[in-house]
Design a protein around this ligand. Structure first.
Ligand code: URP
Ligand code: ZN
Ligand code: ZN
Length: 479
């Protein structure tokens, strides 16, 4: 640690900013020592000798916790292709966009591999590359006694969450879902689900393909709202059968799925957590009709305006707790072109990790859809709470890591790929005007991005050995 002339540890003071938490916004100074917030108060600068302090003036700006994106797919191997952001490019993009922690979903490994096979692989992919702090979610690709036993050592190794896919090559059937839910509940962990009815989707893909309906819009038509909502309902029933086992719905995209969640909660089912993603709040399936419709091929697909409105309402009223990205980029000029004659051949996924924070601020807070405090809650605090990163991450309080953003609400910009940092060749938000600009991003007291320039270091991100959640905390995520 850098020291002043008197030998004491150098401090950084972020002064005069408006500090934002899930419950309040207040003007104060924030002091950082050894990468951690040591105190929050007024006139802090006067308390220390000038050679011991570095001062950052945040007057007129918001000081927010660094973003926590709990749904990314860096370097995702999908067999026939690979997401183009590795853990370096993808986390540089995240850093410049104000996200200081990610929890990445591991890819499927070779058939029959155990959970640690992929955990070891992901440490190899991320450890010398990530520039921000990171954790991993396990991926269950088959269920047997060995896997159910291994879940315990995954938790011990800092991975208290797993994802189960109800579609794709390694989809899990209902008996396996029940077993994983029960075991993860015993371990105080949480099971995340990609919810789509596999047979319905495969049937519709075949119907459209065979009748020559191969344009990108048929990607959306082959994955209708009800195919998602049926799977959400099924998973919620299975979680109920497993004794209200903790269940987390990833990338919820439509109103029928939200209705299923609302009904389950009304029936007093506990431990239900819901995520949506920036793209479902901001775009509709009309994008598939554009000439570059392949850019938006992701699963679930973009929906309608009615769905978007329902999601904003759910975010505002607390039914949805988290906004993530499902960042999974493939180049439009290369990998996405595999789908040019047939949408079923296009790798699924789109970039978004760099755009999430500012877009949600602009579309949510500046357009009065959610409050500033709710923005912090859904983009920083709740993801940290649900996935065991809190209170080190997701909040600005003494004792927390000094992961923060200074955001200027007065400055306007237009999103464009030319100003972005990932490896992919496009943004789905090209030309979108936003109100707000991220001046500076700090991780553990180090400035890692300034004025849209990356100033951090390759490999400086640390693995977050996540803890299990105390289920009693659940109510704090819901309002
Ligand atoms: O289309 C998507 N979302 N690709 C990434 C994998 C997933 O389903 O989350
Ligand atoms: Zn998914
Ligand atoms: Zn995903």
């Amino acid at each position: 640690n850098a020291r002043g002339k008197g030998g004491s540890v150098m401090k950084t003071i972020v002064k005069n900013g408006k500090i934002v938490s899930p419950s309040e916004t207040y003007e104060a100074d924030l002091c950082i020592e050894n990468g951690v917030i040591s105190c929050i108060g007024t006139n802090l600068e006067q308390k220390f000798a000038s050679d011991e302090v570095q001062v950052i003036d945040a007057a007129g700006k918001y000081v927010l916790p660094g973003g926590v994106d709990v749904h990314t797919h860096m370097d995702l191997d999908v067999g026939f292709s690979r997401a183009v952001d590795d853990f370096y490019d993808g986390t540089v993009a995240a850093a410049c966009g104000g996200t200081t922690s990610i929890v990445d979903h591991m890819a499927f490994g070779p058939a029959g591999c155990n959970l640690h096979h992929q955990l070891n692989e992901y440490h190899r992919l991320a450890d010398d590359k990530a520039v921000i702090d990171y954790g991993f979610h396990g991926t269950v690709q088959h269920v047997n006694d060995e896997i159910l036993d291994e879940l315990e050592s995954m938790v011990e190794d800092g991975v208290p969450s797993v994802k189960v896919y109800l579609t794709y090559g390694f989809k899990i059937n209902d008996d396996g879902v029940l077993e994983v839910l029960k075991r993860m509940k015993e371990l105080n962990g949480i099971t995340a689900f990609h919810c789509e009815n596999h047979d319905v989707v495969e049937h519709l893909k075949k119907v459209y393909s065979e009748s020559g309906k191969t344009a990108p819009i048929y990607h959306a038509k082959s994955r209708p709202n009800i195919a998602e909502a049926e799977a959400v309902r099924r998973v919620l029933y299975l979680a109920k059968l497993a004794g209200d086992a903790p269940v987390y719905i990833v990338h919820l995209s439509c109103k029928e799925s939200l209705e299923a969640v609302e009904e389950a909660r009304k029936a007093r089912q506990k431990n239900i957590f819901v995520e949506t993603c920036t793209q479902y709040l901001t775009m509709t399936e009309e994008k598939y009709k554009d000439e570059d419709g392949l850019k938006y091929i992701m699963s679930p697909p973009l929906r309608t305006d009615a769905d978007r409105e329902a999601l904003w309402k759910g975010l505002e009223n607390g039914e949805i707790q988290i906004v993530a990205t499902d960042h999974c980029p493939f180049n439009y000029g290369i990998e996405k072109q595999m789908g040019k004659d047939d949408f079923t051949k296009c790798p699924n996924g789109a970039p978004g990790v760099e755009e999430r924070m500012i877009l949600l601020f602009s579309e949510g807070v500046m357009k009065n859809r959610i409050s500033l405090n709710r923005f912090v809650e859904v983009a920083c605090t709740n993801p940290a709470k649900v996935y065991g990163l809190y209170p080190k991450k997701g909040i600005l309080e003494p004792g927390a890591d000094a992961d923060l953003i200074i955001l200027d609400p007065e400055r306007e910009q237009t999103l464009t790929h030319a100003n972005m940092h990932g490896a992919v060749d496009y943004t789905v938000y090209e030309g979108v005007p936003v109100k707000g600009y991220i001046d500076l991003v700090m991780q553990r007291g180090n400035v890692i991005a300034k004025e849209n320039r990356f100033t951090g270091a390759r490999g400086a991100g640390e693995f977050i050995h996540r803890k299990t959640r105390d289920l009693k905390d659940e109510s704090s995520c819901l309002r």
